[in-house]
Design a protein around this ligand. Structure first.
Ligand SMILES: [Zn+2]
Length: 200
């Protein structure tokens, strides 16, 4: 059995490790400490792990095949407008539940709402992103990366049976978050520094 398991902690949202919980029991008026492993006859094992960072417990199957509570992704930066942040958070929740197509659709939607909010026009995400690049709001690299996930717009949201893999959904989610950071978080950081330094 795994002594220590690396995990994205559902409580403190950090990449950290779990150590099996020390559990006290009493036998013949003596107190002992053991570890909470429950080995079932089927060969599977459930155990209680304790996060090394925040000291909170999680219930784990084998080497992390299942973890309760399910690890959720990091919350989205507050500088991203609420409507867009809500979409991205929903994409993350879908991803952690294994709903990859729904995750990709919501991440794409967050990018599209942001593009419109930044003044892009038309109804195709790819051309909206191209406009943002032409206006200097995003870099060429970010635009090319966005082009690479063009299939999301064409496939994930339409009933044509195309599967979205975990890797695909992760790429789209990562792209959407980077995109929103460039549009909202980096400018807010720069504005904050300017203000602190008293620059105009
Ligand atoms: Zn933790």
């Amino acid at each position: 059995m795994a002594e220590i398991l690396s995990i994205y902690c559902p409580h403190c949202h950090r990449h950290t490790a779990l150590t099996p919980a020390p559990v006290e029991y009493e036998h013949a008026y003596q107190k002992y400490t053991t570890r909470a492993f429950w080995q079932k006859s089927s060969g599977t094992t459930w155990w209680i792990g304790v996060c090394n960072a925040c000291d909170e417990p999680v219930l784990v199957l084998n080497k992390g095949n299942k973890v309760y509570p399910a690890p959720l992704p990091k919350p989205t930066e507050k500088d991203i407008p609420e409507l867009i942040r809500t979409d991205l958070n929903e994409a993350k929740i879908c991803f952690s539940a294994g709903a990859y197509r729904a995750s990709a659709v919501m991440a794409r939607r967050a990018m599209q709402v942001a593009s419109l909010e930044k003044g892009a026009t038309g109804d195709k995400l790819v051309s909206q992103i191209a406009q943002l690049q032409q206006n200097g709001k995003i870099t060429t690299d970010l635009k090319e990366w966005a082009d690479a996930v063009r299939w999301v717009g064409n496939d994930a949201a339409h009933p044509n049976g195309v599967q979205v893999t975990k890797d695909d959904a992760e790429d789209v989610l990562h792209l959407a978050e980077q995109f929103l950071h460039v549009l909202y978080v980096a400018p807010a950081l720069a504005a904050g520094i300017k203000k602190r330094l008293g620059k105009t």
